[in-house]
Design a protein around this ligand. Structure first.
Ligand code: RB5
Length: 142
């Protein structure tokens, strides 16, 4: 899968863990920065990653900031993005099964690497179940 990955300075440490896992799993990663932990404004990073998902250049996006909250708020401003902030595995699974989330948001200052890896693995391997959820997702775009 082609995945756009981005973070601000608050998510930079955890981004390395996520990037390594994505490559280990065989995904193609477009690393949208930040590249060296430099201070960045999370709305700009989120807009970059989300525009790649919206255009089809990437199938999914993963965003990190300190809490994951800022990037989630920013990502969901894009009308075709369904961004889910996940801090445990049940939400990661449900965000795919029921919400067909196309962007995952993680908190670099709230998650340890093991839990973050578990969330990413589940989020990438869980399919949307469709059915009654299709019409609910369609309502989000009205
Ligand atoms: C940056 O200090 C921090 O505010 C940001 O990473 C994020 O947590 C915002 O929601």
């Amino acid at each position: 899968m082609k995945i756009a990955l981005g973070c601000d300075h608050g998510g930079f440490g955890l981004k390395a863990t996520v990037l390594a896992l994505l490559r280990e799993l065989g995904h193609t990663v477009e690393d949208c920065g930040v590249m060296a932990g430099e201070t960045a404004d999370y709305p700009n990073i989120a807009a970059d990653v989300c525009s790649r998902v919206a255009s089809g250049a990437a199938e999914r996006g993963i965003l990190l900031c300190g809490t994951g909250i800022g990037v989630a708020i920013a990502a969901n401003r894009n009308p075709v993005i369904r961004a889910a902030l996940c801090s445990e595995s049940f939400s990661a699974r449900m965000s795919r099964e029921h919400n067909d989330a196309n962007v995952l948001c993680l908190g670099g200052r709230t998650l340890g690497p093991g839990l973050a890896e578990e969330i990413v693995r589940i989020w990438l391997s869980t399919q949307f179940v469709g059915g009654r959820h299709v019409q609910r997702i369609a309502l989000l775009q009205e």
